[in-house]
Design a binder for this molecule. Structure first.
Ligand SMILES: *Cc1c(COP(=O)(O)O)cnc(C)c1O
Length: 397
């Protein structure tokens, strides 16, 4: 039988990592247990010495988590994976496991709010120097990485205005500066972008988003080579308790079976909506990496194989107009979540990015006129009809 690494992506999504018990169940089993038993005191002692390969305690190893980890690693093309309680637990642990006082971190400033807080508020308290730059500007990366650094962190495309970072070019610069590269790949998903193939060292996900894709669970994942996961990440993860619950891992392993189908359907609908939005009278600008008007469309085509389900739209008329559009939606829900089967929209400046200062928002080009739309699995016709009637409310004729 071919190894799971040689399977087509669809086969990996359905079968990779499956570890059946002696009961020969078809579906992945849920091991809702915290501990494991030993045949003898000697076996327990050997397990703690790492001499025998068995589960010890579910904080750092559980058969259901292992199935989710192997499946996700196979899909991503990574050697190893660990799943975490949330996306933020995954991101924080992937940084904290390797940083120490005196280290320097360089990151793109276009970040998820909580990532921004880790870099600007938490790590500096521990004597770690962090520098946030304009991630779209390669000369800014060159300048920042002319000095040694330990870590480079980026999100591409970024939340909420879909800015991209040239992952291959920045990874090359980072490696010269002695830094490892972490890419938060939530918006692209493993279906549309493979940061490890572009030169990154570590990929993180909030599995809360598209990987579950049905708005049910909180979760995160860290993917990298075996040496990093086992020698650097695992000891930190084991002692600090960032692990995913077995129930959430069981839901996740099932969600992954339909990942490509869901992502491709959502992205196809998002591309059609972006195209139509760009022509609408109420719209000042549409930001979608797959649309020809995106300032980094060429880079998007070079490093992504599809463009995802998130669209940023800038309406004419500021906050009042943006709120009118949101309040007029009948089908699409107002929510700050994303990557759900249900289409969701929000006003980032007053919600997800409200904790930034005005000047920080300005630097990220997040204005009062921006809305973020996460396109779900509903039919295009129904979504477009809903958006159109809401946008028509702010067009003065
Ligand atoms: C949601 C999100 C996170 C955080 O994930 P949680 O599961 O909410 O902890 C991190 N990065 C990006 C880009 C996200 O969208």
């Amino acid at each position: 039988m071919a190894s799971s690494k040689d399977w087509h992506s669809d086969t990996k999504q359905v079968r990779a990592g499956l570890a059946r018990t002696e009961n020969r169940e078809t579906s992945e089993a849920l091991f809702l247990n915290s501990g494991y038993v030993y045949d003898s005191a000697e076996q327990a002692a050997a397990a703690f010495k790492g001499e025998v390969d068995n589960f010890i305690y579910s904080r750092y190893g559980n058969p259901t988590l292992q199935m989710a980890e192997e499946r996700l690693a196979t899909i991503e093309g990574a050697e190893a994976c660990r799943v975490c309680s949330t996306g933020m637990a995954a991101i924080f642990a992937s940084m904290a496991c390797q940083l120490e006082a005196g280290d320097r971190v360089v990151a793109s400033q276009a970040l998820f709010g909580a990532c921004h807080a880790i870099l600007t508020k938490i790590l500096p308290r521990w004597g770690i120097q962090t520098e946030l730059i304009d991630g779209t500007d390669i000369t800014a990366w060159q300048a920042a990485l002319a000095k040694p650094a330990k870590l480079v962190f980026m999100e591409s495309p970024s939340n909420p205005v879909l800015q991209l970072v040239d992952i291959a070019a920045v990874s090359a610069l980072a490696h010269k500066a002695g830094a490892k590269v972490i890419v938060d790949n939530v918006f692209a998903t493993p279906i549309h972008q493979s940061p490890l193939k572009l030169g990154a060292d570590i990929v993180t996900y909030s599995t809360t988003k598209h990987l579950d894709g049905q708005g049910r669970l909180l979760g995160g994942a860290v993917l990298a080579d075996k040496a990093f996961i086992e020698e650097v990440f695992q000891p930190f993860y084991r002692q600090t308790g960032a692990s995913m619950s077995a129930f959430n891992a069981w839901v996740l392993v099932k969600s992954l079976k339909t990942l490509r189908l869901r992502i491709e359907a959502m992205s196809a609908t998002a591309a059609r909506i972006a195209e139509k939005l760009a022509e609408h009278k109420a719209i000042e600008a549409v930001l979608y990496p797959g649309h020809k008007t995106h300032p980094q469309h060429k880079l998007a085509k070079a490093q992504m194989s599809g463009f995802g389900s998130l669209i940023a739209l800038k309406v004419k008329g500021g906050r009042a107009a943006a709120f009118t559009v949101l309040d007029s939606l009948n089908l699409i829900d107002i929510s700050n979540n994303l990557g759900d089967a249900k289409s969701l929209a929000c006003h980032p400046a007053s919600t997800t990015h409200a904790n930034l200062s005005d000047s920080e928002r300005l630097a990220l080009s997040i204005s009062e006129s921006h809305l973020r739309l996460s396109v779900g699995l509903e039919h295009y016709d129904d979504l477009w009809r809903d958006l159109c009637q809401a946008l028509d409310k702010i067009v003065s004729d």
